[in-house]
Design a protein around this ligand. Structure first.
Ligand SMILES: Nc1nc2c(c(=O)[nH]1)N[C@H]1C(S)=C(S)[C@@H](COP(=O)(O)OP(=O)(O)OC[C@H]3O[C@@H](n4cnc5c(N)ncnc54)[C@H](O)[C@@H]3O)O[C@H]1N2
Ligand code: MOO
Length: 390
């Protein structure tokens, strides 16, 4: 058995950042920027009014000052002429400031009669002007790698970047194994259950930037597993679920080995998730997760998501941990790193009473995986602990 850290190191050695592709900006949300991109223009490209009002020469602003209105500037419709002393241009938010003007008086501070305005007794002191390039300058870069959030997409649009260089999405093949499993919607026999892990993992991995294919369930036969591995061809990462332990029907390691899997490790000192295996199969990395539903999902968070991030060029780093105070005491931990399902309460982090690795209802209710290090001594309420947010 190796440690979780050692397992992660060996998993990172199985993958590398994938190649780059260009996608239309409209499809770039959530993708990982692969190269720095550079703004094609200043924003705003001209000094612009921030308010609806009147553009004037700032030096002339005084309580009760009078100006002659000589024209209008609206967004997309600049005023061509200049504002000379004693003159003003009616202006709207987003319009270019006319030559000569350097201040906008909001219309609330102005009385207008025909083509004449009179300022109120206390015009506000803001100039209400957005200088050219105050948001960003031509040549300014957005640096890679970066997972593109909605605000980044808006910024890229504003920078006039219609196509975005991103990492190719890792293609993941998900294989559930076991004679007891049927697909959701099918009618299970009396000794059967519904396959859940592939669906949970697909959601998790796609949330982190992969594209996952759920393959047909492999039966507990060599032939059926061989067919499943065959169907997985073309994937960057093959994930099997179940059949990883020591039972007579746990055939995944054997079949993968017969098909040429170069094994990196088998079994990790963690709970849940002990019977984990990994290696390389041809062009793909392969990771064999334990079948217990919570074990499979915990291994998804602790191992598979960081592998996906590494393939996306985001670096080979463990899932980020947070810290919290314990809401209740915990007994000493044993020889395996324990990922306890927990909730974040006003009193601190609280481990669920029931920690069996089959309990999806508890996992779905949990907000965190509270990490107990190997041989961690008993802990008191108020002690600081680490957790992975779910
Ligand atoms: N003698 C030992 N027995 C077991 C050990 C051990 O060390 N010695 N390890 C236990 C641990 S820990 C785990 S975890 C499980 C993992 O076993 P497998 O990976 O071989 O998983 P299966 O036996 O195929 O399934 C376990 C459990 O999970 C259910 N399952 C499987 N796949 C799915 C799926 N896609 N969706 C929903 N549920 C699934 C399956 O029906 C079983 O109930 O082994 C322990 N045994
Ligand atoms: O991975 Mo097993 O849960 O460690 O139940």
């Amino acid at each position: 058995m190796i440690t979780v850290d050692e397992a992660l190191e060996r998993l990172f050695a199985l993958v590398k950042p994938l190649d780059t592709e260009e996608v239309p900006l409209i499809d770039a949300a959530g993708r990982v920027l692969a190269r720095d991109v550079t703004a094609m223009r200043d924003q705003p490209p001209f000094a612009a009014s921030a308010m609806d009002g009147y553009a004037v020469r700032g030096a002339e602003v005084a309580p009760g000052a009078i100006f002659a209105v000589i024209g209008e500037a609206a967004a997309g419709h600049a005023y061509d002429g200049a504002v000379d002393p004693g003159q003003t241009v009616r202006i709207f938010t987003g319009a270019p400031l006319p030559k000569g003007a350097d201040r906008v008086i909001i219309q609330e501070d102005v009385a207008r009669e025909g083509d004449r305005i009179t300022l109120g007794q206390s015009p506000e002191s803001n100039d209400n002007v957005r200088p050219a390039g105050c948001d960003f300058r031509k040549g300014q870069t957005m640096t890679a790698p970066r997972r593109l959030r909605p605000a980044d997409i808006a910024l890229l649009a504003s920078m006039n970047i219609p196509f975005v260089p991103v990492r190719r999405k890792p293609q993941v093949a998900l294989i559930s194994t076991g004679d007891e499993l049927v697909m959701p919607g099918e009618t299970p026999g009396p000794d059967q259950i519904i396959a859940s892990n592939t669906f949970g993992l697909k959601a998790l991995l796609e949330d982190h930037g992969a594209r996952a294919r759920v393959l047909p369930i492999a039966r507990d036969t060599i032939r059926s597993l061989e067919t499943a591995f065959d169907l997985a061809q073309g994937a960057d990462l093959i994930v099997t679920i179940g059949g990883a332990s020591v039972g007579d029907h746990d055939l995944v390691g054997r079949v993968a080995g017969d098909l040429g899997m170069d094994r990196a490790f088998y079994t990790v000192a963690m709970r849940p998730g002990k019977p984990l295996m990994a290696g390389r199969m041809g062009d793909a990395a392969m990771i064999g997760l334990p079948g217990n539903p919570v074990s499979a999902m915990v291994c998804g968070h602790v191992f598979v998501v960081p592998m996906i991030s590494a393939m996306l060029g985001l670096g080979a780093t463990p899932a980020p941990r947070h810290t919290a105070r314990l809401a209740a005491p915990l007994p000493a931990n044993g020889p395996r790193e324990h990922y306890m399902r927990a909730r974040i309460t006003p009193r601190g982090i609280l481990a669920e009473d029931r920690q069996d690795s089959s309990l999806l209802s508890i996992l779905a209710h949990a907000e965190a995986l509270l990490v107990r290090p190997v041989r961690d001594p008993a802990r008191a309420a108020g002690d600081q602990v680490e957790y992975l947010p779910l």
